[in-house]
Design a protein around this ligand. Structure first.
Ligand SMILES: Cc1cc2nc3c(=O)[nH]c(=O)nc-3n(C[C@H](O)[C@H](O)[C@H](O)COP(=O)(O)OP(=O)(O)OC[C@H]3O[C@@H](n4cnc5c(N)ncnc54)[C@H](O)[C@@H]3O)c2cc1C
Length: 320
């Protein structure tokens, strides 16, 4: 573990604590904890794969009882996606905004220089355990997204508004990735079994997949040991229904203004923790996620904004 924050903060736009720890992994320690001693590693690029064969760039073909495709996400193209620009700031300099031991999961305060007529974006700010805090401006689910230049302008505006002085030598990162990678089809024919973000475990509303992929690995292995298709075990009807509802959440987020986003996230974070957890983390809690979606729409205020959220009005607000 690189860092842990016991009660992350959200701004919607009022400040709220989420009574659920947020953990940043240390990649080197994670690799050590998952030894590959019993595995043969072939370092190569896959150019083609089926349910039982993998062909690599150097011309090798490897045969297997089952091929698990964990190649991550394909290029997003024009699919619903996240666009993000992050700046790594020394923790000392970041302290006026994010004090030691703190993090911000979402910040919808109007501090990024955008107006309510611009596509919205929020800030995510976490200590990553190497003495820096990552400040990342994220535009999620908005058709067409935002340019890196605009996202950088917004995150710098927030840093200035919160008295963080940059040296100009800070490292930065740029990201653009799809959010709607679906679960595998019920009948895959001769295709490999997709797993991780490749196989529907990336959460469409948060863009997170790491905890889900680690948690579900045993389910897949147990199914394989029992001779059952892992897709049947992992992607039950309930799990598929949860994925479908999360996609409704992503579609809703993608048509809101900044003010509406803040109001919707506020309604969401007011819900009981179990409902929050159902949306954020549960793989198959249909009742919990149904309840939180209804609750969020029901508590979004002013009343007419609910129509935008469910797509009755302004369905194509940001389509260009
Ligand atoms: C800025 C940012 C912040 C994020 N924050 C979080 C977070 O806080 N929590 C969270 O859970 N998630 C977060 N995510 C998302 C998370 O990083 C991804 O969901 C996760 O890395 C996906 O893991 P994966 O193993 O499925 O795929 P990847 O991490 O993409 O791994 C796929 C691997 O397959 C390899 N590969 C691809 N194609 C081939 C090929 N043809 N042949 C051989 N190898 C190949 C790649 O090189 C790579 O090593 C964040 C993402 C970004 C960009």
């Amino acid at each position: 573990m690189a860092a842990q924050v016991l009660e992350p903060t959200v701004y919607t736009p009022r400040a709220r604590r989420v009574a659920r720890p947020y953990v940043m992994f240390d990649k080197a320690t994670l690799f050590e904890a998952l030894p590959l001693d019993a595995a043969s590693v072939v370092a190569d690029r896959v150019v083609d794969l089926t349910a039982t064969d993998v062909r690599t760039a150097s011309g090798v073909t490897i045969k297997a009882g089952i091929v698990i495709d964990a190649r991550g996400l394909p290029a997003p193209g024009r699919r619903p996606a996240a666009w993000a620009h992050g700046i790594f700031v020394d923790a000392d300099r970041a302290a006026p905004f994010v004090a030691p031991g703190e993090c911000i999961l979402v910040d919808w305060r109007e501090q990024n220089g955008a107006t309510n007529d611009d596509p919205p974006s929020f800030l995510y700010a976490v200590p990553i355990g190497d003495g820096t805090v990552l400040f990342e401006e994220v535009c999620q689910g908005i058709p067409g997204g935002l340019s890196q230049r605009e996202l950088r302008r917004r995150v710098v505006n927030r840093l200035v508004a919160n008295r963080v002085k940059l040296t100009g030598n800070e490292e930065a990162e740029s990201c653009h990735y799809a959010l709607d990678q679906p679960p595998p089809r019920r009948r895959r024919g001769g295709q490999a079994f997709p797993y991780g973000s490749r196989g529907g475990l990336m959460h469409p509303c948060t863009g997170y997949s790491v905890a889900a992929s680690l948690r579900m690995a045993d389910t897949v292995v147990e199914a394989l040991i029992e001779g059952i298709d892992p897709g049947r075990r992992l992607w039950t009807e309930r799990a598929r229904a949860v994925y479908w509802m999360r996609m409704r959440g992503l579609a809703g987020i993608g048509r809101l203004t900044n003010e509406q986003s803040a109001a919707t996230f506020d309604a969401f974070f007011r819900a009981p923790l179990r409902q929050n957890q159902a949306l954020l983390s549960s793989h198959d809690d249909v009742t919990g996620i149904g309840a939180v979606l209804v609750n969020t729409v029901h508590h979004t205020w002013p009343f007419r904004w609910r129509f935008d959220l469910v797509g009755w009005t302004n369905r194509k607000r940001w389509v260009r």
